[in-house]
Ligand binder design. Sequence first.
Ligand code: ATP
Ligand code: MG
Length: 388
Amino acid sequence: SHPEFQAAIPIMQQIEAAGFEAYFVGGSVRDALLGLPIHDVDIASSAYPEEIKQIFKKTVDTGIQHGTVMVLHGGEGYEVTTFRTESGYQDFRRPDKVTFVRSLEEDLKRRDFTVNALAVKHDGTIVDLFGGLADLDDKLLRAVGEATDRFSEDALRMMRAVRFQSQLGFAIEANTKRALQTEAPLLAHISIERIASEFTRLMTGIDRDAALTTMLDSGLSAYCPGFENHTDELRELTELKDDQLPSAAVAWTLVVHALQVPATPLLKQWKQANALIETVNRANTLIDAKQVSAWQLYQAGEEAVTVASQAAEWLNLPNQWQAQYQQLPIKSKQALAINGQKLIQAGVKPGPQLGQLLTQVERAVVSGDLSNEPDVLLNHALSESQHN
Ligand code: ATP
Ligand code: MG
C-alpha cells in the first residue's frame, strides 16, 4: 500500500519473469507493518548479481561484493541484494565470507531479529519463518535462532537490540535479554563509529529510558568508551523528562552533563564530528554557568544556544537564553559598525592592540554599553587608544 513499495513492483515482476524470486525485506517491511513511515525499500532476490545485471538495462554496482546491485527505474534507484549466508565471524564482527544462495530461508536465517526477518512478495504474501509477525504484535525483539550465538557472531547486534528497543519502543524478549548480559564483553571488538551510530539513535528514540536501562543492566555500557565506572551517573539520564530528544547534539549535551566530564575528550573517543563536539562544548558551558551573560550567549552562537536551551528543558533548568540571544544588538563580528580597516583609516596603528581594542568594542556593543553606530564606536575606540 505504501507508494515506495508500489513503485518497486514492476522490478520484482521482471525478476520473477526471468525465473527468479524477489521479496521486500528488512526495515521497510517491519516499519510498514507497524504503520510507520518507511525510508528505502530493500529487495532480496535469488538471482545472482550478474543475473540481475542481465535482466535490467540500467544498473549500478553499489555493493557488488555483498551482492547488491542498484536497478535504475523511473528516475529512482532500487537496491536488489542476492540471498546470502554469512560465515566466519572470527573477530566477533563482520563475517569472513559471504556466500550467495538461492534459498530465501537461508537469507532470512542470518538476519538479527525476527521482526527484521520478514519477507513480502509483490502480491503482499508475507513469509514469516521465525514468528516475526507475532513479535511485531507483541512489540518484542527476539533474536533469530540462539541469541548467544547470534551476538557472538556479530557483537554489533547487541547495540542494534537496544537501539531498536528505543527506536520502536519494543521490549527485548527474555532469552535475548539474558544473552545481552553474557555476551556484552564482546562489544569491545566493535568499532566505536558503529557503536556510536547505534547509541545516538538509541538516545533520540522514543523509549530512551528503557534502552538505557538495558544497556546499564546488561553491562553493555561498561564496554563503551568513557562509560566504564559511570553507571550511577548514566542512570541519571533515565530520570530526565521522558519526551523524545530532538537531536544528537542535545543527546550528547545531556550525556556530557550527566557524566560531568569535559566534552571534547569524551566525544573524540566516540569519534564524533568536530562541529558536533564544538556545539556540545558550547552548550555545556552555558548549562554549567551560574549566570549567563549576553557576551556568553554571543560567543556560544545560535546553534549552541538552541541546543543548550533544549537540553535545559530535560534538566528542568528554566532559562531565557533563546529570547536573550535573539535580542542581542549584534550576532557576529561582521555586524559590528566598525572594523579594523576603519580604525586604521582613523589613525589607529595596526597591531595586536588594535585587535584587543576591537574585541573591547565588540564586547561593549554586545553587552549594550555602546550602541552599534559607526560614530559612537569610532569615538570610543579613538579615546581608548589615546589612553594607551
Ligand atoms: P533502519 O533502516 O531503521 O536502521 P533496518 O532494520 O533496515 O533498520 P539496516 O541496517 O538497514 O536496518 O539493515 C537492513 C536489514 O539487514 C535488517 O532489517 C536485518 O534484517 C539485516 N541486518 C542488518 N544488520 C544486521 C546485522 N548486524 N546482523 C544481522 N542482520 C542484519
Ligand atoms: Mg534499513
